[in-house]
Design a protein around this ligand. Sequence first.
Ligand code: PTJ
Length: 246
Amino acid sequence: MIPKTHPRYESLLLREKIVKASEKGYLADSAMIAHGRGEAFDYLIGEKTTYPAKRAMYVAVAALLLSDNPVISVNGNATALAIDEIIELAREINAKIEINLFYRTDERVQIITSLFRDRGYKEILGTLDDDIEYFTDIKNSRSSASKSGIYTADTILIPLEDGDRAEILKKSGKNIITIDLNPLSRTSKMSDVSIMDNIVRAIPFMTKIAKDLKTQDKKVLMDMVNDFDNEENLKESIEQIKIRGI
Ligand code: PTJ
């Protein structure tokens, strides 16, 4: 039991979630390393949502609301840290959710499927019985996607995504939004909108934004998307690390 007075209370709670998920058997072997990397970057930004991240989140939600077939991609870490919040966001923006594992095994897919279905989210995609398509001639799990989900999606939210997989999705012509605490990652650099924030803060904040933006005129949303410069925003995100580090 972690005392609430502990200065690193929130951060330790997240570690506990990751450990429990690992015990349940649905995390990748390297999930804790990925989490630790994220934690280090979060520490550098003071574990708070920065202004450039907020700006990116507004643009991301606008892009998702404008899309015909938006999909939220989930892996082991995202499920462990924010499953309820992801379901809430998906319902708010009318997006699908697809299990998309970098280290895909039937066992992991099965456990994650059950976690979503147990919460009443029956329409989860990327399951063992889903219709799978491949983006490239090389038929491996890196290039696989659900036919009615990521394969035909126009915009995909990919939290904590590996660079190789992000590259395949980008090359297939998708509009890519990432939530990644590392602004220097390949995924952050190649995405159309990169949110340098912790998934546990970003997803609920995006749901709030969606409630607000849903009533906006399409033209306003389109202007938000068109006026956004991801490279510039990432530079500002890196500046935030420098500012807080002084
Ligand atoms: O469940 P799987 O098989 O799909 O595997 C998931 C991991 C995360 C292990 C896999 O995709 C992987 O190896 O990812 P990477 O290449 O380590 O990239 C993960 C990125 O997420 C890193 O840049 C981390 O800094 C970042 N990250 C880690 N935790 C968080 C985070 N970003 C936002 N919020 C976090 N809590």
